[in-house]
Design a protein around this ligand. Structure first.
Ligand code: PRP
Length: 186
């Protein structure tokens, strides 16, 4: 086992302190937006990448909420996603009409996953109000017309790991977002 696997990190893009500060700020924005609503709030985390952000965000938002998770994956995803989405684990709730649905993601990249998901939730789960909260937004790579409602950081087109984001399933546990050294994936 390599006990120094942080050597894969070229540099830190979002430090623990920066993330903590932004999560608190975004939590206040979410409270202000949903605070006066009569509808129930549902935070919907998309696994696996959102797990760390979701855990911190749900503690920071001081509103009554329910939480759900889905596990999605882009079929044949490599460096470039194909746009075909597979549900690995679906929603327990059937009808979302009574909820303000806030999708919680680690990253909005090409937009293929969320573009598909928003349509799916409307079509199959009767969702009426859907907003998107992401830790990271990489607008340079966008292929679908979708944007973030509550976003923490806009980042350049770099391979990022940590705080939920992986490279070959590793590095999700790093407490910060870092750029992966090119030699690891080229
Ligand atoms: C990542 C991320 C988003 C998606 C974003 O998930 O968590 O769901 O890719 O990319 P897109 O905007 O290009 O669709 P991934 O499929 O890598 O699975 P994971 O969350 O389990 O790592």
């Amino acid at each position: 086992m390599d006990h120094n696997y942080e050597k894969a990190v070229e540099r830190i893009l979002c430090s623990e302190e920066q993330i903590k500060k932004r999560v608190a700020e975004i939590a206040r924005e979410i409270e202000n937006y949903y605070g006066a609503s009569d509808k129930k709030l549902l935070l919907l985390g998309i696994l696996k990448g959102s797990v760390v952000f979701m855990a911190d965000l749900m503690k920071a938002v001081r509103l009554p909420m329910e939480v759900e998770f889905m596990r999605l994956s882009s079929y044949g995803k490599s460096a470039v996603s194909s746009g075909e989405i597979v549900i690995k684990a679906g929603l327990e709730k059937k009808d979302l009409a009574d909820y303000n649905v806030l999708i919680v993601e680690d990253i909005l990249d090409t937009g293929n996953t969320l573009f598909w998901l928003v349509d799916y939730l409307k079509r199959e789960h009767n969702a009426k109000d859907i907003k998107i909260c992401t830790l990271l937004d990489k607008p340079d790579r966008r292929e679908k017309p979708i944007s973030v409602d509550f976003g923490c950081f806009t980042i350049p087109d770099e391979f990022v790991i940590g705080y939920g984001l992986d490279f070959n399933e590793l590095y999700r546990d790093l407490p910060y977002v870092g750029i992966l050294k090119r030699e690891y994936y080229e």
